[in-house]
Design a protein around this ligand. Structure first.
Ligand code: SDX
Length: 365
């Protein structure tokens, strides 16, 4: 069959899978996960319940409540922290977490999936603490997932609004259609390589600054701007240098990413303890950015995406910006596992075509 002309760059607009997991409506600015709107889930459903919702139908032995099994999985993967040696501790947090995740054996059953959901949640606090000269803290299998993450990070019980903020974040970013990291996970799952391999592919794709690597640079941008009166000049200079504003624009959303506002609630709740000045400053920067981007790209709506308020939330929870991508992975890994199982259940090997535009040997011409 003659190869058709290649799809638009980046497969924009190409449908590569049918899924029951989530729908991203870019025109309406709406996210649906397993038939529930984001508003019904964020702040109302625990990450454990959301993971069960995503996994429903894809694992025959799925328990009613995943909390005990996920707690047990956190305890199991903590053994890998012993391999967080001095060399690994010199890497970026996402590279160190990826190396520890790679030690988990491959498989495609629920126990493997839960260990992979637990892995970034356990390895990230350990890496952050070791890089700060502290000893890693073991998980408490009896605790809730978000509460245990914060306890492993800070060594003390988190305040209720902190636990609620992290739980809301993990639910909000758990699944988002066929984004680059989920597509990468599905491609690897389609070869039957196993769930650990699929999670490693997803994490590697997520690491990029165009994708899950964006929230850390949002903090750098805010810190460089420093005060609201500097925002316009800083933004215009960045765009003049052909730089991208982290936290803005999206391949699918042509309006505001609904997750930005889903996270603003927890951000405001956490900011109340410190007077809210940081949020007010960020909102001023956001307003300036939206105004300038509209003039910069009149034909391409560039609105706030999930990463802008993610950065403020994770900063308020005292994760270092270098670990923000790892926290993103703590939520998204649940989506990667569900998509991998969906791909295994019904999909074929993912193998698109390409059009060869290179030189042709003379005799073959
Ligand atoms: C995530 O797909 C998902 O669902 C991803 C995600 C998920 O949950 O998995 O939602 C998570 O990755 C959110 C996005 C995080 N990334 C950032 O915030 C980085 C900044 N954003 C951009 O790099 C960009 O908007 C992308 C990568 C997110 C989307 O880019 P596209 O769809 O490939 O669009 P494009 O690069 O073709 O841009 C179109 C034009 C370009 O101008 P020209 O080169 O044609 O002149 O818009 C410009 C871009 O330069 N543009 C921006 C911009 N985003 C696009 N200009 C300045 N700042 C930006 N943020």
């Amino acid at each position: 069959m003659a190869a058709q002309s290649p799809s638009p760059d980046g497969l924009e607009g190409v449908v590569a899978a049918h899924t029951v997991l989530s729908e991203v409506d870019g025109q309406a600015g709406r996210l649906i996960i397993r038939g529930c709107s984001l508003d019904d889930l964020a702040g109302r459903t625990s990450f454990e319940a959301l993971t069960g919702l995503l996994f429903d139908g894809f694992f025959p032995d799925l328990p009613e409540d995943l909390t005990p099994a996920l707690g047990q999985a956190r305890a199991e993967v903590f053994a890998q922290v012993a391999h967080l040696d001095a060399d690994l501790a010199t890497r970026t947090p996402v590279e160190a977490v990826r190396a520890l995740m790679a030690r988990l054996e491959d498989g495609d059953d629920l126990a493997t999936a839960l260990r992979l959901v637990a892995a970034p949640a356990v390895f990230t606090p350990a890496v952050v603490r070791v890089q700060a000269g502290q000893t890693p803290l073991a998980p408490d299998p009896e605790a809730g997932h978000a509460a245990d993450i914060l306890h492993m990070l800070h060594g003390a019980p988190a305040r209720p609004e902190e636990v609620a903020g992290l739980d809301t974040y993990l639910v909000t970013v758990s699944d988002h259609g066929l984004n680059a990291s989920t597509f990468a996970a599905r491609v690897v799952a389609s070869t039957r390589a196993g769930l650990t391999s699929a999670a490693l592919a997803g994490l590697s794709a997520l690491k990029g600054p165009l994708h899950g690597g964006a929230p850390g640079p949002v903090i750098e941008m805010l810190d460089e701007i420093g005060a609201p009166q500097n925002a316009r000049a800083w933004i215009e200079a960045a765009l003049a240098r052909k730089e991208r504003l982290m936290g803005f624009g999206h391949r699918i959303y042509r309006v505001r990413d609904p997750r930005a506002d889903a996270l603003k609630g927890p951000v405001r709740a956490l900011a109340a303890a410190t007077g809210g000045g940081r949020v007010a400053f960020a909102e001023a920067v956001e307003a300036a950015a939206l105004d300038i981007l509209k003039a910069h790209k009149p034909d391409r709506p560039l609105d706030t995406n999930v990463e802008f308020y993610t950065a403020l939330l994770l900063e308020a929870l005292a994760f270092p910006p270098s670990a923000f991508t790892c926290v993103f992975a703590m939520g998204r890994v649940a989506g990667w596992m569900a998509h991998a199982r969906e791909q295994i259940a019904g999909g074929r090997l993912i193998r698109p075509q390409s059009v060869y535009v290179g030189p042709v040997p003379r005799q073959a011409a």
